[in-house]
Design a protein around this ligand. Structure first.
Ligand SMILES: Nc1ncnc2c1ncn2[C@@H]1O[C@H](COP(=O)(O)OP(=O)(O)OP(=O)(O)O)[C@@H](O)[C@H]1O
Ligand SMILES: [Mg+2]
Length: 152
């Protein structure tokens, strides 16, 4: 699905719509966030984490690589691979152990192999003063989720 997000508020609202379609238990789900610098990846991640019940700041995981949020609904891992240069480093950050929650991944192109094990990919691109968003399913359940999304 493709849609135009006119401003930051639209990105936040879209994140809420996506979360609504995800199951209560987010274990094992992976959502890739693609797009160039400043495209709105962190805005989307922050909105989704807040909508899932986290109150307070959502710092960038650029240096920590992973920021975990242990929420009543389910754990969410906010992951930023910007500084990762090869797939081996995924093991270093403990990727395989992060399967008890939702993995939200910024800069997934740093580890191209992730596409094969992810459920969803959101691509954000500059479009005038807003952003063009494309959400696609990478797994069967991801594809089903995209079909079920209801926009406000
Ligand atoms: N739909 C939108 N239209 C216009 N501006 C937006 C939209 N969504 C987010 N923004 C703005 O884009 C800016 C950059 O957002 P953000 O930090 O989320 O980008 P990013 O993709 O995570 O960047 P980086 O690659 O540096 O991590 C913010 O100022 C945010 O308010
Ligand atoms: Mg970011």
């Amino acid at each position: 699905m493709n849609l135009f997000l006119a401003d930051e508020a639209a990105t936040i609202e879209f994140a809420r719509c996506v979360l609504r379609e995800l199951p209560q238990d987010l274990a094992g789900w992976t959502l890739l966030l693609e797009g160039e610098l400043g495209a709105g990846k962190s805005t989307f991640a922050r909105a989704l984490i807040n909508a899932a019940g986290h109150e307070g700041p959502v710092p960038s995981p650029t240096y920590t690589l992973v920021e975990p949020y242990l929420l009543p609904r389910s754990t969410i891992y906010h992951i930023d691979l910007y500084r990762v240069s090869d797939e081996e480093e995924l093991r270093y950050l403990g990727w395989d152990e992060l399967d008890d929650g939702l993995r939200l991944v910024e800069w997934p192109d740093r580890a191209p192999g992730l596409t094969a094990q992810a459920d969803l990919a959101l691509t954000l691109a500059y479009a005038g003063t807003g952003r063009q968003a494309g959400l696609r399913g990478l797994s069967e359940r991801g594809g089903a989720l995209v079909k079920g999304i209801e926009l406000p």
